[in-house]
Design a protein around this ligand. Sequence first.
Ligand SMILES: NC(=O)c1ccc[n+]([C@@H]2O[C@H](COP(=O)([O-])OP(=O)(O)OC[C@H]3O[C@@H](n4cnc5c(N)ncnc54)[C@H](O)[C@@H]3O)[C@@H](O)[C@H]2O)c1
Length: 304
Amino acid sequence: MLSLDLTGRRALVAGVADDNGFGFAIAKCLAMAGATVCVATWPPALNIFLNLIERGKIDDSRRMPDGSLLQFEKIYPLDAAFDTLEQAPEDIRSNKRYKDTGDFSIAGLRAQLVADFGAQPLDILVHSLANGSEVKKPLLEVSRNGYLSAVGVSAYSLVALVQHLGPIFRPNASVLSLTYMASERVIPGYGGGMSSAKAALESDTRLLAFEAGRKWGARVNTISAGPFASRAASAIGIIERMVRYCAQNTPIPQALEAAEVGNVAAFLASPLSSGITGSTVYVDKGYHAMGMPADALTAAGSAG
Ligand SMILES: NC(=O)c1ccc[n+]([C@@H]2O[C@H](COP(=O)([O-])OP(=O)(O)OC[C@H]3O[C@@H](n4cnc5c(N)ncnc54)[C@H](O)[C@@H]3O)[C@@H](O)[C@H]2O)c1
């Protein structure tokens, strides 16, 4: 029987701070397929996340099909805006949410993984993080700083993670990220340079697939997910309308569930997808295939 088996593989999912985003759903699906899962959490959200776990507030979401609770082998602090600790400005390093977390940079993450698990500890890397401080601003109003920080945190961070963690991958590693179709089509309201960041992320996925494939035998893919009301997406301000619009206009007219993204991530992390790299894989109920809203005909009909 064909089975999706990740037993013996270790995953790092970067960008998990609650039980409501794609990162959590992916972590759970990877664990359900047998992988051991570490997560990396943005320092400003770290204590809240640890409290949620400690107080049992997300036990229902952590429940696995066999009744046990999803376990994270390790929870690392990570601010993906910084490749090394030296790059972080003093006011960040001394901030109360950062100062006791140790080295929260990408280089620090690599050092901690090696210290915890040895020289080659990683099979699966998931980049499930994004931040655009000016996401509510149209491109015509976005500042240079806002634009560059959106691209830095949401796209360059993938390049930097692969640069730093590639050397500690085991053979046949798989890298995944999350993108959104605002990279290629106009989504009014998805501003602040975030659409540019997603375009960069998709382009980098192709080149990283080539370079990391030749260098380490690793595959690199990105999942283009449909809209989903996560904490990050709520910052866009119109996410509920985006979800509703898609649920009405997709070929499969239902709202997307995070587990549907998690399942595809588990497949892309597994040997079953050994022939897939450099791809943008749509998990959006088919919305990307539409050229006209499904309700346009009804609207036109009723107008006539
Ligand atoms: N929700 C959607 O509608 C949607 C659609 C397509 C793609 N995506 C993408 O999915 C990914 C995950 O987002 P989500 O919607 O599940 O929300 P989420 O809130 O669960 O995840 C975003 C995570 O990024 C983290 N983060 C922010 N800045 C960071 C930094 N500097 N360093 C490290 N971590 C940082 C946040 O703490 C959070 O945990 C993102 O790349 C997002 O753009 C989301």
